[in-house]
Design a binder for this molecule. Structure first.
Ligand code: ZN
Length: 214
């Protein structure tokens, strides 16, 4: 896929950070966003900065093995997870990690998001693996997330949060928003007596649609 110019990608990262903050999918300095640039480099959000206040010049550029190329501050502590995903998925152009309340609720409860109840989840979002807990920022977290995302575009991180990937920032962001929306809908359904599953034939058709578009 042809990549957008680096300056455009950097602006898109900042826009994504502001949207994640405005929608309450993270709070303060939580979460991190990155995107591929040309020449096997990525731009990633810096450590410890409030996502709502971030500016383009604060983004950190690194190589795919994590060596800093430019940037005034340290990269996100979750850089190893982002790099592991880019190495495992050459098609991925952007990685979004956040702590959306309902989706993270499922992750904290270590309760998988049901796959057979919601058409959007089955046909658009696709599989939502629940990745076992590894310390935030560790190489071990990167390994389990990269492995889970070989067959999925979103994942729940046990006792931690959620991650979404896509060919572009916009697609990764939409997937994070859809993951949170699906989690909220399931919580609402459970308040109303619990979800009822789709018929098997309908579920299969939706899963085929996801595979065709994934
Ligand atoms: Zn996190």
């Amino acid at each position: 896929m042809k990549r957008a110019p680096s300056a455009t990608v950097r602006r898109e990262i900042i826009r994504a950070c502001k949207r994640l903050d405005a929608k309450g999918l993270l709070a303060g300095a939580e979460g991190n966003v990155s995107a591929r640039l040309a020449a096997n480099r990525i731009a990633v959000t810096p450590a410890g900065r409030c996502k709502a206040d971030l500016s383009v010049r604060e983004l950190v550029e690194t190589t795919l093995d994590g060596r800093p190329v430019s940037g005034l501050t340290s990269p996100s502590s979750e850089l190893p997870m982002h790099l592991a995903v880019y190495r495992a998925r050459p098609d991925v152009g952007a990685v979004v990690h956040a702590h959306p309340v309902a989706a993270t609720g499922f992750a904290v409860a270590q309760n998988p998001l049901p796959q057979a109840a919601l058409a959007e989840a089955a046909g658009v979002l696709g599989p939502v693996p629940l990745v076992p807990f590894r310390a935030p920022g560790s190489a071990g977290l990167g390994l389990v997330v990269a492995k889970a995302l070989k067959g999925a575009n979103v994942a729940l991180l046990a006792n931690h949060g959620a991650v979404a990937v896509g060919p572009t920032i916009d697609v990764a962001l939409q997937r994070m928003e859809s993951l949170e929306q699906a989690a909220r809908i399931v919580v609402a359904a459970r308040i109303l007596g619990g979800e009822r599953n789709l018929k098997t034939a309908d579920l299969r058709a939706l899963q085929r649609a996801w595979l065709a578009g994934a």
